[in-house]
Design a protein around this ligand. Structure first.
Ligand code: PAF
Length: 321
């Protein structure tokens, strides 16, 4: 299968990576996945849309662990080496704590014209990978679309949501790629500068995720009066730290927005709650941990966020080896 016209790659075949794949595929821009250790070249991916409509699309899997000898034994144009150099846009959908390691070996194989888009919860990887970019353009994004992986290559869309993307550094995404994302991803917003939007999403996650994990409760339970002050304090610290980094956030409207999300998602269990219940590593280091790190860097303290960070790390230490 040769797919020369597209050259969009996805790194990370979790729920969001697969959802974005299915949203791009009808635009005839079928992306390929960079994977590790998969022995097959092609994979049928199943999708169940919000409407209940089911579809299947074939994707190419580009094996990052294949060595040069194995590649030369196959048709040269199918190898990771030849495809990687043609990649124009890499959409990175791995967890924030996996981004740096995932990009370390791949980036040197991509052309310097390849644009990188990071799409994950939390913040931090853009700082870690900055020295590795060699002038490549970098965009950041966040999505509130809901998706559930039902089998390894099967995904179900579970909720609509906004996707916000914007350029951060280096050359901007080319207009054709930008237009492609705008027409393929529903409710997409181009937000520049992007950092204030990421800080706002961070505040929502920093207030809801650790508390639901620690209290073992649904998002809606946080509407109780006993959590009100703590939630206000979490947001206030984030507003102060963001300001120190040069990003102005409005404390009153952001606090309202957090309580609004609590109400709108009251029946949901947050992703961090689910990570703890399923004994997985959480994203705490890139949520409240990011706030604490930035606070230290600017000579501030973020005690309420730090307490939550430690409490969730304590929960994780009970099951992570
Ligand atoms: O991480 C999550 O679970 C979600 O971003 C949010 C907004 C907290 C709703 O559950």
């Amino acid at each position: 299968m040769s797919n020369k016209s597209t050259h969009i790659a996805i790194l990370g075949a979790g729920a969001i990576g697969q959802l974005i794949f299915h949203q791009l595929a009808p635009a005839k821009q079928i992306p390929y996945f960079f994977v590790r250790g998969e022995s097959r070249d092609e994979q049928v991916l199943s999708f169940c849309a919000l409407s209940g409509k089911k579809s299947q699309t074939i994707a190419r899997l580009v094996n990052l662990t294949e060595d040069k000898k194995q590649c030369s034994e196959r048709s040269g144009e199918d190898s990771v080496y030849s495809l990687a150099v043609q990649t124009r846009l890499l959409i990175v959908c791995v967890k924030a704590y996996q981004v740096k390691a995932a990009l370390k070996n791949l980036l040197p194989q991509l052309p310097t014209s390849c644009h990188i888009l990071l799409l994950h919860n939390g913040m931090g990887p853009h700082l870690e990978i900055a020295p590795m970019l060699s002038g490549r353009g970098l965009s950041l994004g966040t999505t509130s679309q809901g998706a559930l992986r039902t089998e390894s290559w099967s995904v179900k869309q579970t909720g609509e949501g906004v996707t916000q993307i914007g350029s951060l550094s280096g050359p901007s995404m080319t207009p054709d790629l930008k237009q492609l994302l705008i027409s393929a991803i529903p409710n997409i917003e181009w937000c520049e500068p992007i950092l204030p939007f990421l800080w706002q999403k961070l505040a929502i996650n920093a207030a809801i995720n650790p508390l639901t994990a620690i209290e073992n409760c649904s998002n809606g339970a946080l509407a109780a009066e006993k959590y009100r002050q703590q939630i206000c304090d979490i947001v206030e610290e984030i507003v102060d730290v963001a300001l120190a980094t040069g990003v102005h956030l409005d404390k009153i409207s952001l606090t309202k927005r957090v309580f609004n999300v609590i109400g709108l998602t009251r029946a949901n269990f947050s992703s961090m709650h689910q990570d703890v219940v399923n004994q997985r590593r959480t994203e705490i280091d890139n949520i409240n941990g990011y706030v604490v790190e930035r606070a230290k860097e600017y000579g501030l303290t973020a005690e309420v966020n730090e307490t939550l960070l430690k409490q969730v790390q304590q929960l994780e230490s009970g099951y992570l080896t």
